[in-house]
Design a protein around this ligand. Structure first.
Ligand code: AMP
Length: 398
């Protein structure tokens, strides 16, 4: 079953075509700078990447380019888009309406549109991506996989902010959480690798990438997570501040003569480890700068690791214990230098790391010592594959 996965952002559209009979990727790519000058498509097939300049006014143009690339005699892998059995879409915000992936129909489109105030940049792009697929591919079944859905099991004590209750009632302002497909997938994989039932495990999954979030997962259900109404809350990230004193926004508006939106934009795009270091949002660059003696790069890495460790401690407290800690995402899977900094201060909870295993880049492994009370796993995430798997499952039930 050929399944196309679409991840439409505000000015980009990523795609992967899976052959789900073998769970392999046939082709993948990205259309960038949609609606702005300098449109580009990068398309990878058989390990070869083709780059083409394409002006793209809208996501409809981007889907047409995806169609061209996938069916082109040189860069293509199919003869016609009709060979594709289903399309899975990553949708950012499902609000309180969606606690799982769903087959897209008119009612679902309306509900995604109703969540636009909660995801003002992404949900409109997600909707256009869905409509563009309908226009180009006709009535192919399409599935929406929400970043927020997995965390809908949180209880009010975890998802409500201590602000006037009427804001929750009037505007649905509450914690939603993101990276749900990743937290769901790696928690299941970790249990499988350990050979233990997920239903009996208290887990803390740490998705550490350019955007980072942690989730407390008790018996397979998300009970708390670090991102909130938006992905800005939680640990410091590549360019996002993570949690800060909200009064800082007012102070900065006054001192810098900026609007609230400008300050929030700076918290989103110029903060996190980039803001602290002044070097980069990429942890590889920070490692290199630290090696070269850059103290602020070293400090940014310390602040990141310290905050991740604090969240792990608080989630262990929230669940009255933890059996498994999972590291995933670009940083969680690859940055071995940060592991001692994150996990080293958790001996009091019974976390004991095998230094040799923790220094290796191996994935889907346990890096704790045999006598560690808490298992610590590095698990490879694959959000696109999860979207494709959900899509196949839902479409095959129709
Ligand atoms: P993600 O958003 O999950 O793609 O993660 C991006 C972050 O992961 C960046 O800060 C990278 O520096 C880091 N990362 C990705 N791959 C590697 C790698 N092979 N070694 C070290 N860090 C990596």
């Amino acid at each position: 079953m050929l399944t196309l996965v679409i991840n439409a952002g505000s000015s980009s559209l990523k795609y992967q075509l899976f052959d789900m009979s073998k769970q392999t990727v046939l082709a993948k790519g990205i259309c960038e700078r949609i609606g702005i000058p300098g449109g580009k498509n990068k398309h990878t097939v058989n390990g070869e990447t083709y780059e083409m300049d394409y002006p793209m006014n809208t996501h409809f143009d981007a889907i047409r380019i995806v169609t061209e690339r996938l069916t082109d005699p040189e860069t293509g892998v199919i003869r016609s888009m009709k060979e594709i059995s289903a399309v899975g879409h990553r949708v950012l915000h499902g609000g309180q309406k969606f606690s799982g992936s769903v087959l897209i129909n008119d009612a679902v489109l309306d509900a995604i549109a109703e969540c636009i105030p909660l995801g003002p940049l992404h949900n409109p792009a997600n909707l256009i991506g869905i409509r563009a697929c309908t226009e180009v591919m006709g009535d192919v079944p399409q599935v929406a996989v929400f970043d927020t859905a997995f965390h809908q099991t949180m209880s009010p004590k975890a998802y409500l902010y201590a602000i006037p209750y009427e804001y929750y009632e009037k505007y649905d302002i509450r914690r939603y959480g993101f990276h749900g497909t990743s937290h769901r997938y790696v928690s299941k994989r970790a249990a499988e690798i350990l050979g233990r039932p997920l239903s009996e495990l208290k887990m803390i999954t740490c998705h550490l990438g350019n955007g980072s979030s942690l989730a407390a997962i008790d018996g397979g259900k998300s009970v708390d997570t670090s991102m909130g109404l938006t992905p800005l809350e939680g640990v410091p990230m590549g360019t996002r501040s993570g949690s800060i004193d909200p009064a800082i926004v007012g102070v900065l508006c006054n001192r810098e003569s900026k609007t609230v939106n400008e300050v929030v934009d700076a918290l989103d795009k110029q903060s996190g480890v980039l803001g602290i270091s002044g070097v980069s949002s990429d942890f590889r660059d920070l490692d290199a700068a630290k090696e070269a003696g850059n103290e602020r790069a070293a400090l940014a890495l310390q602040i990141f690791a310290y905050n991740v460790r604090k969240y792990i401690g608080s989630y262990a407290a929230a669940m009255n214990g933890v059996d498994v800690i999972v590291l995933t995402g670009g940083i969680g899977e690859n940055n071995t230098d940060l592991r001692p900094e994150i996990l080293g201060g958790l001996e009091f909870m019974g976390v004991k790391i095998d230094a040799e295993k923790a220094a290796s880049r191996e994935k889907n492994v346990d890096i704790s010592t045999p006598d560690s009370r808490v298992r610590v796993m590095v698990v490879e995430t694959d959000e696109e594959l999860v979207i494709a798997m959900d899509t196949v499952e839902i479409v095959s039930k129709q």
